[in-house]
Every structure is written in structure tokens, then in C-alpha cells.
Write a protein that binds this ligand. Structure first.
Ligand code: E4P
Length: 215
């Protein structure tokens, strides 16, 4: 499974990229609004740091606007993926951009039927938002399992990108479900590596290593 970082913060991206396990980045307007930098500057800077796919979301909601923004963003760097909302206009935009060989990520996916439509339109990625579904009293992970199964049944090439992750266990569950990618917030990424038994074990090994005769 690929691991993306869900942020527009350059320091967070630098840190996780330095671990050597970062496969890509997802951003959204809310994340970008925290950084005080324009969308274009942010995405261009991120694309210099990360070789993998970098999702940049369109702001327009009409077809012409989405196409204009998508085509413009795709010229910023080779690894830009155009993030498009799960709407009728969005589906049309995905179909057209896909024909133009521009990669797309259909965002705000909350049902298996929406994922089927995104795949049929030719989306490169579809993003089920599991945390927001859980918040609404539904099961985000059940949705991921359904989408993975459906895409397998019909050999859809669209990759399942699990988004809106709130806790480390969801990364494990996404992997068990067979999702292609989990996009993980910085704070959760740090929790992926942490385990108190690792800390306790390492401390003991370091202490005991001092008791080993030097010769
Ligand atoms: C991913 O593409 C989304 O930007 C993100 O995961 C949304 O997460 P949230 O529901 O925590 O805002």
C-alpha cells in the first residue's frame, strides 16, 4: 500500500519525505488556506520536494471552470493530479481530462455508487472520506471494503485512496481491506511509528549494551 501525506505544509512534507516512505501528497482548499501561500506556489513547491502524485483541488464547480483550472494545474508539474469533487459536472470533467491524459482524483466520495461512477468516468484515484462518514454515524471502512471488492470484480483501474483518516488503526484496516493508498495527516503519520514497547525495549538494549565487555 502506498502512503500519502495529507497536508500542504512544507515542513511536514520535508520531515516525512526524509523518512523515505512517502509516496505522494494530497491537499485540499482547507489545508492550503492554513499556509498563507497561493495554490500555485504551494503546489509547485510541493512537487519539487515529492516525486509521487500531488493532488491539487479545483475551486470551480462548473465544467468549464474545472477544465480550465485542471488544464492549468497540470502544467505546473508532471506529478500534479487534479482533484475534482464528486458531482455531475465533476464526472464530466474527469472524463474529458482523462482523455487528455491528465490524472484525476475524485474527492468527497461517500458511497460505493459514487466510486463506481468515478471509475467509469476514468478517474485515476477515488477518495472515500472515511473519518467524515464515521462522524456521521456510518462506517467508513465498510465503504472502503465495498469499493475495493467492486473494483476487483470489474478490473477497474482506478486506485482507492483512503482519505479523512483520524487514527493509526485506520491505516492498518485500509491495508487489510486492500486499499491502494492511505493519505495520512502528519500527526497520525508520527503515531504510525510509535510504540511504547519499542521505546522500552530500545532503552533496555542501550543499557545492557554498556555491560558488554569491550574486548
Ligand atoms: C484527502 O484528500 C482529504 O483532503 C482529507 O483526507 C480530508 O480529511 P478531513 O475529513 O480530516 O478534512
Amino acid at each position: 500500500m502506498k502512503l500519502f501525506l495529507d497536508t500542504a505544509n512544507i515542513n511536514e512534507i520535508r520531515e516525512i519525505a526524509s523518512w523515505g516512505v512517502l509516496d505522494g501528497i494530497t491537499t485540499n482548499p482547507s489545508l492550503l488556506s492554513k499556509e498563507g501561500i497561493s495554490l500555485e506556489k504551494s503546489i509547485k513547491e510541493i512537487c519539487k520536494l515529492v516525486k509521487g502524485p500531488v493532488s491539487a483541488e479545483v475551486i470551480s464547480t462548473d465544467l468549464a471552470g474545472m477544465l480550465k483550472e485542471g488544464r492549468a494545474y497540470s502544467k505546473w508539474a508532471k506529478n500534479v493530479v487534479i482533484k475534482i469533487p464528486m458531482t455531475i459536472e465533476g464526472l464530466k470533467a474527469v472524463k474529458i481530462l482523462t482523455k487528455e491524459k491528465i490524472l484525476t482524483n475524485v474527492t468527497l466520495c461517500f458511497s460505493a455508487n459514487q466510486a463506481i461512477l468515478a471509475a467509469k468516468a476514468g478517474a485515476s484515484y477515488v477518495s472515500p472520506f472515511i473519518g467524515r462518514l464515521d462522524d456521521a454515524g456510518e462506517s467508513g471502512m465498510t465503504l472502503v471494503e465495498e469499493i475495493v471488492q467492486i473494483f476487483e470484480n470489474y478490473c477497474f483501474m482506478t486506485e482507492v485512496l483512503v482519505a479523512s483518516i483520524r487514527e493509526p488503526r485506520q491505516v492498518t484496516e485500509a491495508a487489510i481491506a486492500g486499499a491502494d493508498i492511505a493519505t495520512v495527516p502528519f500527526a497520525i503519520f508520527q503515531k504510525l511509528i510509535a510504540h511504547q514497547l519499542t521505546d522500552i525495549g530500545l532503552k533496555k538494549f542501550i543499557e545492557d549494551s554498556k555491560k558488554i565487555p569491550k574486548k
